[in-house]
Design a binder for this molecule. Structure first.
Ligand code: UD1
Ligand code: UDP
Length: 361
């Protein structure tokens, strides 16, 4: 089969690292990068660090308002699909690149496979929620990371070609652990930032609900600033911009660093005492690596990490954040979540078996 895979944002490069490798063993893949993320630290670093195939096309769409960005992607992806005439289009997650890829394909009656289907926050104020709902309803093959995701789709009347495969991010994490030689990468990145095992916190913030609201972002930074432990904070460019506009000057324990590559990030998460984040991917990585997570949102799609007692929702509430960091401990047990680390192979098997060229479900 000939498959066009659409990626564009950081977490999609990471997810595609697992799937592309498996896909290319049996099929022809055309990897299309929309250009949604373009700084080296947000894009190229992952292709280098995860030993990924280079994109076959970079559409160089760049940043912009949602409609303009998604519309430009839709137009450019359609042009690629018309030339390539693939058997299927593969999209990941919930970004504007996901929606544009799914919509361009569906309009051309090319079957769509959605990796990470069925996730819901039930918050339509989140741009990602719109993207997920639309992508799922346009897809012919729905590849779900959790039972919850399967149930969410059922509640919206989507039953056919829905498969529980687990999370491809676990495949990538396992790959990274092997390639970092166990703890091999750990001392270098920790010593680069003067950090000791379990004696620092790792924080990231980039969700629009946090970064677009100065009061909300200030509350989060006040909470981080009032903690006494070292905090390493790889700053997303969207957040860097807001920090500049707010004129925020952190105390010395709060290290605002550039975004890091995936292997360094895994090492930083794995050795942290706790993670504070509004990232989807990081909530799961913290869980898999046995590190407690304080989620800086009021809801999560990854509800199982909360149910098992390893993740706490603190929103942007300073007191909740401080209480969670200082006095909450996760339980001893940590059941396996989101599959067995072989999700990518299952996705590829299902793509081969479940997608017909006429676009029927
Ligand atoms: C996007 C996704 C989000 C995902 C995140 C992963 C959407 C709607 N959101 O959010 O789901 O969690 O990626 O990181 O698709 N910028 C740069 N350089 C870059 C990329 C972005 O400076 O390489 C800046 C630009 O000012 C841009 C802003 O960051 O306007 C936001 O980028 P954008 O891709 O629109 O959204 P993200 O917040 O990254
Ligand atoms: N990540 C990374 N370097 C960083 C920040 C994040 O490699 O500086 C990784 C992180 O480990 C996870 C993924 O990027 O695998 C999550 O991406 P992000 O938080 O941007 O998006 P989300 O998962 O929230 O959609």
């Amino acid at each position: 089969m000939k498959i066009v895979s659409i990626v564009g944002a950081r977490p999609q490069f990471i997810k595609a690292a697992a799937v592309s490798r498996k896909l290319r063993e049996r099929h022809q893949e055309i990897l299309v990068h929309t250009g949604q993320h373009y700084d080296y630290e947000m894009s190229g670093i992952f292709f280098d660090g995860l030993e990924m195939p280079r994109p076959d096309a970079n559409l160089e769409i760049g940043s912009g308002p949602h409609g303009a960005q998604t519309g430009a992607m839709l137009k450019a992806i359609e042009e690629v699909l018309v030339v390539e005439r693939p058997d299927a289009v593969l999209v990941y997650g919930d970004t504007n690149s996901t929606l544009a890829g799914a919509l361009a394909a569906a309009k051309l009656s090319v079957p769509v496979a959605h990796v990470e289907a069925g996730l819901r926050s039930f918050n339509r104020g989140m741009p990602e929620e719109i993207n997920r709902v639309m992508a799922d309803h346009l897809s012919h093959l729905l590849l779900c990371p959790s039972d919850t995701a399967v149930r969410n789709l059922a509640a919206e009347g989507i039953f056919e070609n829905v498969h529980l495969v687990g999370d491809v991010m676990l495949d990538v994490l396992n790959w990274a652990k092997q390639h970092a030689g166990g703890n091999g990468n750990r001392p270098a990145v920790l010593s680069r930032f003067g950090l000791s095992e379990r004696a620092y916190l790792l924080a990231t913030v980039h969700r629009s609900e946090n970064t677009n609201d100065v009061a909300q972002l200030s509350r989060i930074f006040e909470a981080l600033d009032s903690l006494e432990e070292p905090i390493v904070f790889p700053v997303h460019p969207r957040t860097r911009k807001m920090i500049g506009e707010m004129g925020f000057r952190p105390r010395p324990h709060l290290h605002l660093i550039d975004p890091v590559g995936y292997l360094d990030m895994v090492a930083l998460v794995g050795s942290a005492r706790s993670v504070l984040t509004d990232s989807g991917g990081l909530q799961k990585e913290a869980y898999w690596l046995g590190v407690p997570c304080v989620t800086l949102r009021n809801e999560t799609e990854w509800v199982e990490t909360v149910e098992t007692g390893w993740n706490v929702l603190a929103g942007s509430d300073r007191d909740k954040i401080l209480r969670a960091v200082n006095s909450w401990n996760p339980p001893d047990s940590r059941p396996a979540l989101y599959g067995d680390g072989a999700a990518a192979s299952k996705c590829v098997d299902l793509i081969a078996a479940g997608l017909s060229c006429d676009g029927s479900r």
